[in-house]
Design a protein around this ligand. Structure first.
Ligand code: PLP
Ligand code: COI
Length: 339
């Protein structure tokens, strides 16, 4: 067994045994290759380096209570990667190839899958990059889909403990007709400055408003936003939000549990009306929000030191499905045979 302190693993890079790679050349995807190298050898003029022709995904494998390894809605990640690829003119990897690579990667790194009971998971990071050298602005001909995996704990260090968030009005993450609704690295580059400012002021992350009017809630740095009002789960719609698979699943779960769901623009002022608010994503799972501060307008919204009852219930039901503690009525999970 590994000498890993499963209880205290951070959300950060650590080395595992293997990664898997597949090249797209001459209009075709090749065979899946296994590598134990952490580096990629590429042309210095590759389009991913100069013109940001790249996209990525994030998903997890879970050890269940029954010791089986489960993956969660991988097809959704595969389809989102296809949308990302199409938006920045990359070759979209077939869904079956994506799924095959995820399973192979998990099997190859099985000794790094955290055991059940620590809340830790194996995080899988698929990355698609344009490889061909170009100096004029144009798409590459050749691409690489690479996936690596590493054990992770909670994204925010306190796990399911409410965090403080800052509204960012000085920088936008994405433009309305830009690339916010797909998962390209440029969106994250655009978020770094505001994230740094927020962290310096003691906030865990930022909340972005819509770039056009600064009137509506868009999303959080690495996660979608939702609020609870009475019996209703409310989450914003906008052109620049990344469609979160966690949010999509929580919407179905909330309905299944008898909550009402509203998907619509959420005006900034409505922050004062929510009983509970939270961010949700693969890395963040559900992270409740304690306080939202808008330094520009000098406004503060407070939701409580502890997670509210609806967020807590959703968190428990959601993670119980992922960790195989409860039946999965939605068929979201798939058991991966390891040996
Ligand atoms: N929004 C952004 C900007 C993200 O980076 C992520 C993480 O992938 C999400 C939302 C959550 O998406 P998902 O639930 O599919 O992980
Ligand atoms: C994820 O939730 O998987 C993400 O990609 C968020 C962040 C780490 C970029």
């Amino acid at each position: 067994m590994q000498n890993i302190d499963w209880k205290n693993i951070p959300f950060g890079f650590s080395e595992t045994d293997y990664n898997v790679r597949c090249y797209y050349r001459n209009g075709n995807w090749g065979e899946i290759e296994v590598s134990s190298s952490n580096t990629i050898n590429m042309h210095m003029a590759a389009t991913c380096l100069h013109y940001g022709q790249e996209g990525f995904e994030g998903l997890k494998a879970y050890t269940g209570k029954d010791n089986k390894i489960r993956i969660f809605r991988v097809e959704e990640n595969a389809k989102r990667m296809q949308k990302t690829a199409e938006r920045v003119l990359m070759a979209p990897p077939p869904v079956e190839l994506f799924q095959k690579m995820v399973k192979k990667l998990i099997r190859l790194n099985k000794r790094f899958i955290p055991p059940y009971g620590y809340g830790a998971t194996l995080y899988i990071r698929p990355l698609l990059i344009g490889l061909s050298p170009e100096v004029g602005v144009k798409p590459a001909k050749d691409y690489l889909l690479i996936m690596f995996a590493l054990p992770v704990g909670a994204y925010f260090k306190d796990g399911f403990k409410p965090v403080d968030m800052m509204i960012c009005r000085d920088f936008d993450r994405a433009a309305p007709l830009g690339t916010g609704n797909v998962k390209v690295g440029g969106n994250y580059a655009a978020s770094l400055m505001s994230l740094e400012l927020a962290k310096k002021e003691g906030y865990s992350s930022t909340i972005y408003l819509d770039a056009r009017e600064k009137k509506y809630i868009d999303e959080c740095g690495p996660a979608n936003f939702f609020g609870i009002k009475g019996n209703t789960y409310i989450t914003p719609t906008s052109e620049s939000i990344l469609p979160s698979i966690t949010n999509k699943s929580l919407i179905e779960l909330a309905q299944h549990l008898g909550y009402k769901v509203e998907r619509r623009p959420v005006p900034f002022e409505e922050l004062s009306e929510f009983d509970e608010v939270a961010e949700c994503g693969t890395a963040a799972v559900i992270t409740p929000i304690k306080r939202i501060v808008d330094p520009t307008l000098q406004k503060e919204f407070f939701y409580g030191e502890e997670a509210g009852p609806v967020c807590t219930r959703l968190y428990q039901e959601y993670t119980a499905i992922q960790f195989g503690e409860k039946p999965d009525p939605f068929a979201w999970t798939e058991v991966v045979e390891i040996d």
